[in-house]
Design a protein around this ligand. Structure first.
Ligand SMILES: O=C(O)CCC(=O)C(=O)O
Ligand SMILES: [Fe+2]
Length: 267
């Protein structure tokens, strides 16, 4: 197994393994790489849906999603797009299912069919966003600096996340704006423009300004990695550490399969 960094912000690329043969030893090695690097690119895989689901179960309990599960493999989600999106729609940064009371700790996305160009995925390291917050708040070149809270001002604040975009019965959840990774104990910003609606116990306008300043800071290019997919890539990321966004700039079909591993209540 060969392991090389994909960017200074996060991530390693792993070659020389076949996940069809993944035993507990390999999964435990991958898990510790994920805790250190937050994102793994495992190239050259070809997992059919039942195999992908079985691989997922080696990481823990899996979760379903209100949209797009495969009928025969209830924990495999199908993300298939016809394309024709370029210039018409936009992705939004998020941490997966942050509206859930126990959002997934890990997401695995497997590229099966890709457009000839476009369709990358962006990732942003939220530990770096948290750790640099006070420095950024003091940098006068940053347009959002006036509303950007200091780490002290964020202490104890909580925000509401909604899943209503997926259906009227999908729950909302309130989570801390800064969360402690339950395995590494590192702190990370935890709010996103896709699912976070407002800061609890704060006036609407003040809360909105603070959220937008946080999001602008959270996706600072120095914290990011942009993954250009190859067919067969399996990318595994830690939702406790990174946000991501689909980049909807392609006009041809794109099909991915996805599995998510259940997490704990964010604290
Ligand atoms: O399709 C993509 O690039 C990312 C989609 C996404 O947000 C996800 O799989 O969680
Ligand atoms: Fe996502």
């Amino acid at each position: 197994m060969k392991v090389e960094p994909v960017s200074p912000a996060m991530g390693v690329r792993i070659t020389g393994i076949d996940l069809h043969e993944a035993g507990d030893g390999l999964v435990s090695d991958l898990r510790s790489l994920l805790l250190d690097h937050h994102l793994l690119v495992i190239a050259g895989q070809a997992l059919h849906r039942p195999e992908f689901q079985e691989f997922g179960f080696k990481w823990g309990e899996l979760m379903t999603h209100p949209s797009g599960m495969d009928r025969d493999n209830p924990y495999v989600q199908l993300l298939a797009y016809e394309g024709r999106m370029r210039g018409k729609v936009f992705g939004a940064w998020h941490s997966d299912m942050s509206w859930h009371p126990t959002p997934p700790q890990i997401t695995m996305l497997h590229a099966r069919t890709l457009p000839p160009s476009g369709g990358d995925t962006g990732y942003a390291n939220q530990h770096l966003a948290w750790e640099s917050l006070d420095r950024a708040a003091g940098d006068k070149r940053r347009t959002s600096r006036r509303e950007l809270p200091t780490s002290e001002e964020l202490e104890g604040l909580r925000a509401n996340h909604t899943g209503k975009g997926f259906g009227p019965d999908v729950p909302d959840s309130v989570h801390p704006l800064v969360r402690t990774h339950d395995e590494t104990r590192r702190l990370a910003l935890y709010a996103n423009p896709e699912f976070t609606t407002h800061i609890v116990d704060m006036a609407q306008t003040d809360g909105k300004l603070m959220l937008w300043a946080l999001w602008t800071h959270a996706i600072t290019l120095e914290f990011t990695y942009r993954h250009a997919w190859s067919t067969g890539d399996l990318v595994i990321w830690d939702n406790r550490s990174v946000m991501h966004t689909a980049i909807l700039d392609y006009d041809a079909p794109r099909a991915m399969t996805r599995v998510v591993v259940k997490g704990d209540v964010p604290v």
